[in-house]
Each structure stands twice: as C-alpha cells, then as structure tokens.
Design a protein around this ligand. Sequence first.
Ligand code: FES
Ligand code: FES
Length: 160
Amino acid sequence: MDVIEKQPVTLRVNGNVHELEIAPARTLLDVLRSELRLTGAKRSCNQGVCGACSVLRDGKPVRACISLAFAAEDSEITTIEGLADGNRLSRVQQAFVDAGAVQCGFCMPAMVIAATALLNENPNPGVEEIRHGLGGNICRCSGYVKVVDAILSLTEGSKS
Ligand code: FES
Ligand code: FES
C-alpha cells in the first residue's frame, strides 16, 4: 500500500500562523477542525452543497469541505472563531443574537460568515440582495426570516 507523505504547509488562520505537516489531499475543513480544533465550521454534506463549512478566504466565503488546505497557503483564513474581539461579538454576530435568528444553531456559523462577507462587499443590501447572498447556505430549521432581519438591522435602511 502506498503511503502518502505529509508535507509542510503554513496556514494563517484568524491572525495566527500555523506550521503544519499534512497529507496534500486533506481539506481545509478537515485541517481546521482536526488539527487546529476550530470546530465552528461544520461538516454536513461534505460535498460543497450546503454551505455549513463556510469560512472566509481573503474576505470571500469559501466551502472548506471542498477546498484543499494547501491551496489556502497564501491566504488569510477567517473562521467564525476569528470574528469576535475577545468576548465582544462582531456586529453581525450580535445582530443575529438580537434578532433571535438562531434555532438549532448548526448552520449559523456559516450564515454569519456569509453575512459578514456580504456586508463587507455591500454595506446596505436590500432584502433580495441578502437572500441572494445567503443563497448557498442551507438551514434545515428553515430559519431564514430572522436571519434576513438580523442583516437588515445592520443596514442604513433600518435606521430611516
Ligand atoms: S459541508 Fe461543505 S458545503 Fe456542505
Ligand atoms: S438553525 Fe438549525 S440548521 Fe439552521
């Protein structure tokens, strides 16, 4: 049986540099969860469909279950664990709490990641843009309405 040799890789995750030795075929999700113990990104479909494993790669959401860890070597990875400032939630996390957007919670780290990316790109999305921005994130609890409310609460439109 062939043994696949581990190779060195450097990953920058949530502002920390990690020097690892991993097999080249390992996914970013696997490495985040198993090696770095960052379990906020969830493994659900594990085939790029549900969005539960989303993390930010250089500010853009990617599906970590179908991303090779080695491909992230020159990128800055941000997981849900990296959004808060110490005990202070990010404004998106706080908005989700305030809106009561969380049901079972399984999909929520990825929803927050997707919402963060959306608002970074477009600070004042309308309802349709929010729905489109979350289109790749599936919630088995069907809790989309309050998620949209949470994001809308952060837009200029909510203050008028
Ligand atoms: S677990 Fe990655 S897209 Fe579903
Ligand atoms: S809150 Fe349960 S899967 Fe989305």
